[in-house]
Design a binder for this molecule. Sequence first.
Ligand code: SME
Length: 150
Amino acid sequence: MYDQLLEDIERFLAQKPNRTEGLSFICELLHRKVEKYSWVGYYLHSKEKPELVLATFQGAPTEHTHIPFGKGICGQVALSNQNFIVDDVNAQENYIACSLDVKSEIVVPLIVNGENIGQIDIDGHAIAAFNKNDASFLEKVNRLVALHLF
Ligand code: SME
């Protein structure tokens, strides 16, 4: 399934959508096709200050549209530049809760020209919903994003 999704994303991005259209397409597609992806969003690094700004998402609206670097799972990835898979969000001290339904989370940085400029953030309603296959799939998605939208 992930290979088919990568093909769909590549085909869409090859039509040269603008950045918002491209990121929105990916969030909508992944949210709709991958059942365990309960919430899918892209945060981008602010140009003004060290914080993440929610660019686009699919799933329940969140009040966390701005997240300072270092705060929560997302803010930690802004500083570490590394994938972060959380099997049980309730066992994390530095975590920002969006919804009580969320049990696990994966965040994969968006690297453009060697620089971490944002991230894809996905929440799951099951404990340990995400694994290395998701991480490697989302790295590929982000490589397509870096190539076509930035
Ligand atoms: N849980 C995230 C906050 C963003 S929401 O999942 C949409 C975190 O701890 O950074």
